[in-house]
Design a protein around this ligand. Structure first.
Ligand code: HEM
Length: 449
C-alpha cells in the first residue's frame, strides 16, 4: 500500500513536471468524450499508426535499396555468376532479404504493413460510410479522406514495382495502360509516369513518387484531415435524431477526457499491439522474392497485382469491358465517394434511416470482395457477360432484399418505441421539433436512438 502510494505520487509528479515544461495541454489535441474509449472510434488513428510504421521501416530499407535497372556488379551478395544479369533494384532487394541482419523481417513487415494500412483504411472508410460520419459539419473531413485513400493506394501501386520482379513489372504496366486512358488526366500523366520511355525512367519515377512525392502529399492531407477532426471533435454515435448537435462546445470539452496523456496512451497501446502482431506474422511467414525482370529462364510469369487492385484487374477480364470503360467506372466510383456528403442529404446518420445508401455500400463491398477472390483464382481468364450477370445479379438483389427487410423491421420497432414515448415522427411519430438542449456525451447520446 505504502509502495503503491509512493509509486503513484512519483509518477504524477514526473508527469506534472513534463506537462508544465512542455505546455503540452496547449498543443495537444482536444479532449474527447468518455465513450470514445473503444477501438471503433479510433480507426483513423490506427491507420496513422500503420503509416508511421511504414515511414520508419521504409527509411531503413532505403539504406540498402538501389533504384537502378542496370545489371549489378556485386551479384546480389551471392557467388559471382549466380545473378550477374539481374537488375540492381532486384539484387538489392535480394540482398536485404538474404544478407542484411533482420533484413527479411524488415522488408516483409514493410510489405505486410502496407496491406494492413490499406485494410485498416478500408475499415475506417466503411465505418464512416455506414455510421454517416460524413454528414455536416464533417463533409470536408470525408472529402480529404477520399483523397488520402487515393494517395494510399498510389503508395501501394508505386511500391509494387520497386523490387523489380517480372510479376510486378507486368502488373505495373497493366496499371499504367489503364491510368493513361483516364479522360483528360491520362495524356497529361503520360510523360510524367513514363519519363524518357526507358525502363530506368519508369523505375526512377515510381521510386520518386513512392519515397517522396506521395508521402509528402499524404503528410499534407493528413495534417488537413486531423486539423478538421480537431475543429469538429469526434463524431457522436449514429442517431435518427436530426436535431442532435454535431459539434462540441468548450464547456463540454471541459468535462471530457484530456487527450494528453489518456487518449494518447490509449492509441499508443493499440499501436504497440499492431507492431508486435505485424513483426510476429512477418517472422512466421517471410516474403520470398519472385524472379527478376528479364530472366529468360522464367517464361510464363502470371500478371497479377496486389490484392487491393485485383478487383479492377478482374473487371478488365470481363468480355466487352475495355480499359476505357474500366477506368470510366472507377472514375465514377471515386466521384461518388468524394461527393457522397452532398448526395446523401438527410440529416439522420443512423444506418436504419439510409437504406438506399446502405444498399449501395453493401453491394459495392460484396462486389469488391467477390472480384478480389475471382481475380486471385482466375487471373487473366476472360469472363462471359452471362456469367457476370448470373453471379452479380442475384448478389445485388439479395442484398437489396436484406437491406429492405432490416429497414422495415428496425424502422417499425423504432417507431413503436417513439410511439410509447408519445413522440410523433415524420407525420406518424416524430421527434420533438425543439429538441431539449441535452449535452452530447456518453450518457446522453445513445447509439440506439
Ligand atoms: C491514410 C488514410 C487515412 C488516415 C491516416 C486517416 C486518419 C484519421 C484520423 C486520425 C481521424 C481521427 C479519428 C479517428 O481516429 O477515427 C480521422 C477521422 C475521420 N476520417 Fe480519416 N483517415 C484516413 C482516410 C480516410 C478516408 C478514406 C475517409 C473517407 C473517405 C476518412 C474520413 C474521415 C472522417 C469523416 C473522419 C471524422 C470521423 C469522426 O469524427 O469520428 N478518412 N481520420
Amino acid at each position: 500500500m505504502g509502495f503503491s502510494n509512493w509509486y503513484n505520487r512519483t509518477l504524477n509528479r514526473i508527469w506534472g513536471f513534463v506537462e508544465d515544461r512542455t505546455s503540452m495541454k496547449k498543443w495537444a489535441l482536444r479532449p474527447q468524450p468518455e465513450f470514445t474509449f473503444k477501438p471503433s472510434y479510433w480507426t483513423g488513428a490506427f491507420v496513422v499508426n500503420a503509416f508511421l510504421y511504414q515511414v520508419v521501416s521504409g527509411a531503413l530499407l532505403l539504406l540498402y535499396y538501389q533504384p537502378s535497372t542496370a545489371p549489378t556488379l556485386t551479384a546480389c551478395g551471392q557467388p559471382v555468376g549466380a545473378y550477374s544479369a539481374a537488375p540492381a533494384a532486384w539484387c538489392s532487394t535480394y540482398y536485404i532479404l538474404h544478407s542484411v541482419p533482420m533484413g527479411s523481417l524488415l522488408l516483409t513487415s514493410h510489405l505486410y504493413g502496407a496491406y494492413a494500412m490499406i485494410f485498416l483504411m478500408f475499415v475506417h472508410f466503411f465505418r464512416g460510410y455506414y455510421l454517416g460520419v460524413y454528414k455536416a459539419p464533417r463533409e470536408f473531413s470525408w472529402m480529404v479522406g477520399t483523397l488520402l485513400m487515393i494517395l494510399t493506394l498510389g503508395m501501394g501501386f508505386t511500391g509494387y514495382l520497386l523490387p523489380y520482379t517480372q510479376l510486378s513489372y507486368n502488373a505495373t504496366n497493366v496499371g499504367i495502360v489503364l491510368a493513361l486512358r483516364l479522360p483528360t488526366i491520362g495524356p497529361l500523366l503520360g510523360p510524367f509516369i513514363l519519363a524518357d520511355g526507358t525502363a530506368q525512367g519508369l523505375l526512377s519515377r515510381m521510386f520518386d513518387a513512392h519515397v517522396l512525392l506521395i508521402p509528402l502529399g499524404l503528410a499534407a492531407l493528413l495534417y488537413a484531415h486531423i486539423a478538421l477532426f480537431e475543429s469538429h471533435g469526434i463524431a457522436p454515435p449514429a442517431t435518427s435524431d436530426p436535431t442532435q448537435r454535431r459539434r462540441y462546445n468548450e464547456k463540454e470539452d471541459k468535462s471530457h477526457v484530456p487527450f494528453m496523456p489518456h487518449i494518447f496512451w490509449y492509441i499508443t497501446k493499440w499501436g504497440l499491439l499492431y507492431v508486435g502482431l505485424l513483426l510476429g506474422i512477418a517472422a512466421l511467414w517471410p516474403w520470398s522474392l519472385p524472379t527478376y525482370v528479364g530472366n529468360l529462364a522464367a517464361a510464363g510469369v502470371v500478371t497479377e497485382p496486389d490484392w487491393y487492385f485485383l478487383w479492377l484487374f478482374k473487371f478488365v477480364d470481363f468480355q466487352y469491358v475495355t480499359p476505357v470503360l474500366a477506368i470510366g467506372v472507377t472514375t465514377v466510383l471515386i466521384l461518388y465517394f468524394l461527393f457522397l456528403p452532398y448526395l446523401d442529404r438527410s440529416k439522420r446518420t443512423h444506418p436504419r434511416d439510409r437504406p438506399f445508401f446502405i444498399w449501395l455500400a453493401t453491394s459495392f463491398l460484396e462486389f469488391f470482395v467477390l472480384m478480389t477472390v475471382w481475380g486471385g483464382e482466375t487471373p487473366g481468364v476472360q469472363i462471359a457477360p452471362m456469367l457476370v450477370a448470373e453471379t452479380l445479379g442475384p448478389l445485388f438483389l439479395v442484398t437489396g432484399i436484406a437491406v429492405a427487410l432490416f429497414y422495415w423491421r428496425y424502422r417499425r420497432n423504432y417507431l413503436k418505441r417513439l410511439a410509447a414515448r408519445g413522440t410523433p415522427f415524420l407525420g406518424v411519430y416524430a421527434l420533438p421539433t425543439a429538441a431539449p438542449a441535452a449535452p452530447v456525451g456518453a450518457s446522453e447520446v445513445k447509439s440506439s436512438e
